[in-house]
Design a protein around this ligand. Structure first.
Ligand SMILES: [Zn+2]
Length: 337
């Protein structure tokens, strides 16, 4: 078997290659692990290998099936994901999956469904999927991606073969950044150690340094507001409300930051989206209450919806900033040197 183009997770790759080769891929597979650890890359390689028509080397990347898959036009494959980072997998999306699986494959021996972010599924969607998992058609394969099996219905987890991906060694990530992505050694080492073992994060940060910078400025803006008293917050609101695009992006980042804080507070510190910010988030998570976190998350969700429906931006942002708790210190000064 040729190597699949993925960094690390060799044991999982071997297991999946064997299953494809012997036509033993289970009806339900659950891939878990922190954000950007490689769940999606691995699942996509499995889909390609299952649908590829090449006799020897799967996935070949060049047969008609591989090309259709790459262009998003393979009739035997469907991808399901939340509409955006804060949305849920909805029951309607699972109903579409049921309809897709009701008909036999068009071009291959299998029909494959890849569901990303399954931990976000509503109770209705999860229960609907459970029905499908109870009696799947012989050609059906469901690949579920989730941060952690603990976040799913136990009845779903027990019906799936579980592949739990763990963080990669920092040295393996640094080597891969240098050898596969031609990043210089110093930068590769710095990003590898920030990555918390998540290859996807390291590659994105290496190829798109602006993305990392933008996260940093959104975080700095939040830390600044948390230290501000009332009059200063009104000024910050005015500044923030000025540019709609920047505001939307900032609110999106803040939603994820507050979710990360909630993760730390509930003992899931290994599942942060912004794992590289752990030291600051850890101080923050201990400085605000769980109730603060939940309230701010609801407020952020509400303001994002309100802004879509032409709410008064200035007023909405002022309300949000006044709702944020006040910190008497800069969390960055509390970090161990
Ligand atoms: Zn192929």
């Amino acid at each position: 078997m040729p190597e699949w183009p993925i960094v690390g997770h060799a044991w999982a790759v071997r297991q999946l290659q064997y299953a494809v080769e012997h036509a033993e891929v289970p009806h339900a597979l659950l891939f878990t692990g922190p954000e950007s650890i490689g769940k999606n890359t691995l699942a996509e390689l499995l889909v390609a290998a299952m649908l590829c028509r090449d006799a020897n080397e799967v996935p070949c990347g060049s047969c008609l099936s591989c090309r259709k898959l790459r262009s998003g036009n393979h009739p035997d494959f469907v991808l399901v994901e939340p509409e955006d980072r804060t949305a849920h997998i909805k029951i309607d999306q699972i109903r579409d999956v049921e309809r897709f699986l009701a008909l036999t494959p068009v071009e291959s021996a299998h029909k494959v469904v890849l569901i990303r972010g399954f931990e976000s599924a509503t109770a209705g969607a999860a229960n609907a999927l459970l029905k499908t998992l109870e009696e799947p058609p012989s050609y059906a394969h469901l690949l579920l991606l989730a941060a952690d099996a603990d976040l799913l219905l136990a009845t779903i987890v027990s019906r799936a073969q579980h592949i739990a991906l763990r963080p990669l060694p920092v040295a393996e990530i640094a080597d891969a950044l240098v050898s596969r992505w031609s990043i210089d050694a110093g930068q590769a080492e710095r990003l590898a150690s920030l990555s918390g073992g998540r290859i996807g994060w390291a590659v994105t940060a290496a190829l798109n340094p602006e993305g990392y910078e933008r996260t940093q400025s959104a975080l700095q803006a939040l830390l600044r507001v948390l230290r501000e008293e009332l009059p200063a917050r009104f000024e910050s609101a005015t500044a923030l409300a000025q540019d709609g695009a920047v505001l939307n992006e900032t609110l999106e980042y803040w939603s994820i930051f507050w979710r990360d804080l909630l993760m730390i507070q509930t003992g899931h510190g290994d599942l942060l989206v912004y794992r590289e910010q752990y030291p600051v988030f850890d101080v923050l998570a201990r400085s605000v209450s769980l109730a603060d976190c939940l309230r701010i998350l609801r407020h952020l969700e509400h303001i994002q919806e309100a802004l879509l429906s032409n709410a008064n931006t200035q007023l909405a942002v002022e309300n949000l900033l006044l709702d944020l708790p006040e910190l008497g210190f800069d969390p960055q000064t509390q970090l161990a040197p």
